[in-house]
Write a protein that binds this ligand. Structure first.
Ligand SMILES: Cc1cc2nc3c(=O)[nH]c(=O)nc-3n(C[C@H](O)[C@H](O)[C@H](O)COP(=O)(O)OP(=O)(O)OC[C@H]3O[C@@H](n4cnc5c(N)ncnc54)[C@H](O)[C@@H]3O)c2cc1C
Length: 273
């Protein structure tokens, strides 16, 4: 990506080397965002554990309640959510120090490794992982953008900005990554719409300044919410991963002081489009 020297609008380069001249670029390209890189944001940081996600079918029904269940034994956290009465999606963290770099593309090895990690879990959890659909099992390296980078980050360069994980990648500890990406979309759409008008769109008369101001308004509006979410996620992650009782107590205290209602973030209203 680069900026047009005459117009200052962004130019993207596709894989086939074709150039795309754009008025606005909204980078929603996830954790390894090329657009975040263009904005000169720091690369995201690695979190300790790797996570495996998978689906398991239960032809005769699973019988689990329609809610997210999560259990933790030692350092391993495993969660499951019913998708239908015969299908469950689940995730599990893996042992920290395992030499698992070679298995990231080997689906059978990933399943075996996930099963080994939950060796001490109840039978129904082990059965779930054992009987998973190997074509839909994935291992991810958890990464995050620290809350202080979200507080101070420069999320606009000319008419280029970012949304979703590209902007505010978080660990999955409070399950808000995708939800907040959707909020970004609503707020950015509203800010652009307000300045540019419903009928004008990004036509010739649209001034670069209007777009920049819209993006600035979007970043301003989102920053407070995202700093709060990523801080809560960060502290919750430290709490979950910590093995020291004292550290856990301090983190719990901090979480209680800062986020006295631990699920308040789930009722956030980002407004209408
Ligand atoms: C284990 C785990 C559990 C989670 N649980 C939850 C949860 O319960 N609730 C929740 O809200 N969130 C959860 N999340 C987070 C959620 O998955 C992400 O926050 C969400 O997917 C981010 O969406 P996104 O569109 O920003 O990025 P992505 O979903 O990563 O999408 C980015 C897209 O951009 C494409 N792309 C990348 N680079 C380029 C490029 N150069 N050119 C073109 N395309 C490109 C990618 O192929 C991809 O399709 C979880 C994440 C993990 C890892």
């Amino acid at each position: 990506m680069k900026l047009d020297e005459t117009t200052s609008f962004p130019i993207l380069e596709a894989k086939n080397k074709r150039s795309i001249k754009a008025k606005v670029v909204i980078g929603c390209d996830g954790s390894n965002s090329v657009v975040a890189n263009f904005l000169q944001l720091n690369p995201t940081k690695a979190l300790g554990p790797r996570v495996v996600r998978g689906f398991t079918s239960y032809p005769s029904g699973h019988g689990f309640p329609p809610e997210f269940s999560r259990i933790k034994i030692g350092n391993i956290v495993c969660g499951r959510i019913p998708v239908t009465d015969k299908l469950v999606v689940w995730l599990t963290s893996l042992h920290h120090n395992s030499q698992d770099s070679k298995i990231s593309k080997d689906k059978e090895a990933i399943a075996r490794f996930a099963l080994e990690s939950i060796d001490e879990f109840p039978e129904d959890w082990k059965e779930m992982v054992k009987n998973c659909d190997l074509s839909f099992i994935y291992m991810s390296n958890l990464r995050y953008r620290p809350p202080w980078e979200i507080l101070f980050g420069k999320f606009r360069r000319n008419t280029v900005t970012v949304t979703g994980d590209a902007m505010h990648l978080m660990g999955p500890y409070i399950g808000q990554g995708a939800c907040s990406a959707l909020e970004d979309a609503v707020v950015l759409g509203r800010c652009l719409g307000k300045k540019l008008g419903q009928d004008r769109g990004l036509d010739e008369v649209c001034r670069i300044r209007d777009i920049e101001e819209s993006i600035d308004e979007y970043v301003r509006e989102r920053r407070k919410r995202l700093v709060a979410l990523s801080t809560q996620t960060y502290l919750t992650g430290l709490f979950v991963e910590s093995s020291s009782g004292f550290m856990k107590m301090m983190l719990l205290l901090l979480l209680t002081i800062l986020f006295y209602d631990q699920i308040r973030h789930t009722s956030f209203d980002c407004g209408l489009l």
